[in-house]
Design a protein around this ligand. Structure first.
Ligand code: PLP
Length: 457
């Protein structure tokens, strides 16, 4: 059967496809359990299922679809690449298209190609974080890594070892050894129980002291890896002061600082990269998701001094996806031409303000946070007693019901954070003001319905 002859079966339903999917695919399926639809087509911020129902998509391929679905610039780029006669795949051999994409991508990094070079690796975010860690070990000759609670770096053995969430780790023995976790600042749930500036100051001091303490029990690491905004961990933004200190200390001790920009990268936070908000320059930047403009691609930006690889020191077959480099180039150009970083900032500010207003009406919204179009809404049980920092216990049952009610109201979004209590929005960067208003209309209806379903009120 050719692609063009694959049309939805007459009178087909979501249920028809979901049943077939459950019969043919592993139990590992995740999204279809929370968002039970079969997609027939998609455009911009909208997805249409096989029954003809339209959904507003604030998940956007977990942030991959920076320009939304089937953006004309992305489609044109795919068509141009197909008709250009270029090979679709080239390992790490170069082409004029790859050359142009490489240059355009380097220009996005601080100092551009004078400061950084690129490494194309296997196409997933986890491939990128794995390569970054191997490079840091190669460069320093050291073996351990510092990662942070709440961090997410992928699902392969090394990446999972550096990931905070325990549910995926508990069932897998033998993850990469040598990962030391440290607490990540959290405005609403300060891991030190201090909260506010005092919490940030203490964590900033703690990091420096820990690295410099000759009795810390932890040998000097090869790398520190972190997200400037934790995504899967529940949309937690690193305070500038803390991030600057991490940069200062890692530089002083020649520890490779790896910024995982797989999710926050590419204008989502209101700047091209989330680390730019703190004005720091990482040694290695990991990019995936949006970097391939909807298609699979992962790239490391490496400060030239740290490029310690020997030829073929790290390889991988799928490093040469020309279609993805074309769509990546089209995405960079569109982001720049249409100033989508600013759109992300403005639309995100509007949404945050609206969620904060909604929190007055619905006190089960305990905290609204994020930057640009990387937003988190933490769902709490306000009937319980707040702790000494004013934080209420999370309500994972209600958060799950809100996600379901959003789906029923044709709004696609994700959950994350500790025990899945944070509703997460990763809207396409092209979302309009009118679509944001529509997000809020649907969300408000959904939260009221979920409260009735879970609490009867
Ligand atoms: C920050 C971050 N790093 C790494 C990854 C892993 O990417 P992938 O799922 O493509 O392996 C993700 C995925 O969500 C991510 O958010």
């Amino acid at each position: 059967m050719s692609v063009s002859s694959v049309n939805p079966a007459p009178n087909s339903t979501n249920e028809y496809y979901l049943t077939r999917q459950s019969q043919m695919e592993s139990n590992v399926r995740s999204y279809p359990r929370k968002l039970p639809l079969a997609i027939a087509k998609a455009l911009g911020c909208w997805v249409t299922d096989v029954e003809g129902t339209e959904y507003l998509d604030c998940l956007a391929g977990a942030g991959t679809l920076a320009l939304g679905h089937n953006h004309p610039a992305v489609i044109q780029s795919i068509q141009d690449t197909l008709t250009s006669g270029l090979p679709l795949h080239t390992l790490d051999l170069t082409t004029p298209l790859k050359d142009a994409f490489t240059e355009a991508l380097l220009e996005q990094l601080p100092g551009g190609k004078k400061e950084y070079c690129l490494q194309f690796c296997g196409p997933s975010g986890a491939d990128g974080t794995e390569a970054a860690i191997k490079l840091a070990k190669t460069y320093t000759g050291r073996s351990s890594v510092i990662s942070f609670s709440g961090g997410y770096h992928g699902m392969t053995h090394g990446a999972l070892a550096m990931t905070g969430n325990l549910s995926a780790k508990n069932s897998v023995n033998g993850l990469m050894p040598g990962v030391q976790f440290m607490p990540y600042p959290h405005e609403y749930r300060c891991p030190l129980g201090l909260g506010g500036e005092a919490g940030v100051d203490a964590l900033t001091y703690f990091f420096e002291n820990f690295i410099e303490d000759v009795e810390s029990g932890v040998t000097k690491p090869a790398a520190v890896i972190l997200e400037a905004i934790q995504g899967e961990g529940g949309v937690v933004t690193a305070p500038t002061k803390w991030l600057k200190k991490i940069r200062e200390v890692t530089e002083k001790h020649n520890i490779v600082l790896i910024l995982d920009e797989v999710q926050a990268g590419f204008a989502r936070s209101g700047k091209m990269f989330a680390f730019e908000h703190a004005g720091i320059e990482p040694d290695v930047v990991v990019m995936s998701k949006a970097v391939g403009g909807s298609l699979p691609l992962a790239v490391l930006g490496i400060k030239r001094k740290f490029d310690a690889w020997q030829p073929a020191g790290h390889t991988g077959t799928f490093r040469g996806n020309q279609l993805a480099m074309g769509t990546g180039l089209a995405t960079i150009n569109t982001i720049k031409e249409q100033n989508l970083a600013q759109n992300a900032q403005e639309r995100g500010d509007f949404l945050q303000a609206e969620f904060k207003k909604l929190a007055v009406e619905f006190p089960c919204i305990g905290n609204v946070r994020g930057r640009g179009l990387m937003l988190g809404v933490e769902i709490v049980d306000e009937r319980q007693t707040a702790d000494h920092m004013g934080s209420l216990p999370g309500d994972s049952q209600l958060a799950a019901a809100i996600q379901t009610a959003c789906f029923d109201n044709k709004l696609l979004l994700e959950k994350g954070g500790r025990n899945g209590t944070v509703i997460r929005l990763l809207c396409p960067l092209i979302i309009t003001h009118e679509e944001c208003v529509e997000v809020m209309v649907r969300f408000k209806k959904a939260i009221a319905e979920a409260l009735v379903a879970v609490r009867g009120a």
